[in-house]
Design a protein around this ligand. Structure first.
Ligand SMILES: [Zn+2]
Length: 144
């Protein structure tokens, strides 16, 4: 069995939504010291809809494929729905990731959440802080 699914390989070789959004409404950057992955997600939000999403990822193939898939999944979605995106959904959409690469999909989830938090902060929109991971309780920095 191949280590990576065809979908992962496709998104790794031809990543969607690579780049930077000038004047983004929200930017989220996360890093994983263990793996060396750094992921930055840019969101353009119009009204309550994510009209565009782009990313820059310096990291392994799984991190690139995860960001590519995750940005595809949230484009055109309402903000509230994008907040519900889990790394599990990203992994499922990628048709699986090797167990030791699951944390790369967690980065995508966290980068999107941070970008949405940034959007709320910049626009003075009230939100429930519990919805957002903070480094103290996200857990994955410690478990990997
Ligand atoms: Zn990685």
């Amino acid at each position: 069995m191949a280590l990576y699914s065809d979908i992962v390989m496709d998104h790794f070789r031809n990543p969607r939504n690579v780049g930077v959004i000038e004047n983004a409404d929200g930017v989220g950057e996360v890093g994983n010291a263990k793996c060396g992955d750094i992921m930055k997600i840019y969101l353009k939000i119009d009204g309550d809809t994510i009209t565009d999403a782009k990313f820059e990822t310096f990291g392994c193939g799984s991190a690139i494929a995860s960001s590519s898939m995750a940005t595809e999944m949230i484009k055109g979605q309402p903000v509230a729905q994008a907040l519900q995106l889990t790394n599990k959904a990203v992994v499922e959409a990628l048709d699986g990731l090797p167990a030791h690469k699951i944390h790369c999909s967690v980065l995508a989830e966290e980068a999107i959440k941070l970008a949405l938090k940034d959007y709320y902060d910049r626009h003075g929109i009230a939100y429930d802080k519990q919805q957002f991971p903070s480094c103290e309780n996200c857990g994955h920095c410690h478990t990997h």
